[in-house]
Design a binder for this molecule. Structure first.
Ligand SMILES: [Fe+2]
Length: 80
């Protein structure tokens, strides 16, 4: 079982990563509108990278929960 403080820290970091992805995407829009396509592309790549960071944290957290649930199910089946 993951402690509440750790869960909250994960949630906060996932939120920060997604917020960063959004900021980079908005910069992509700005540079696209200025017809600065090289800059726009770089921002788009950064946005995707931040989204990937969020998903890695999410997958790690979700995997930990699945393992915890599985261990609880096994313990319950064993009568613990
Ligand atoms: Fe990041």
């Amino acid at each position: 079982m993951i402690k509440k403080a750790v869960q909250e820290a994960f949630n906060e970091q996932i939120k920060n990563e997604i917020y960063s992805a959004y900021l980079y995407l908005s910069m992509n829009a700005h540079f696209t509108s200025a017809n600065l396509n090289g800059f726009a592309n770089w921002m788009r790549v950064q946005s995707g990278e931040e989204w990937l960071h969020a998903m890695k944290l999410y997958d790690f957290f979700a995997g930990s929960r699945r393992q915890s649930d599985s261990a609880s199910d096994t313990a319950a089946a064993d009568g613990f």
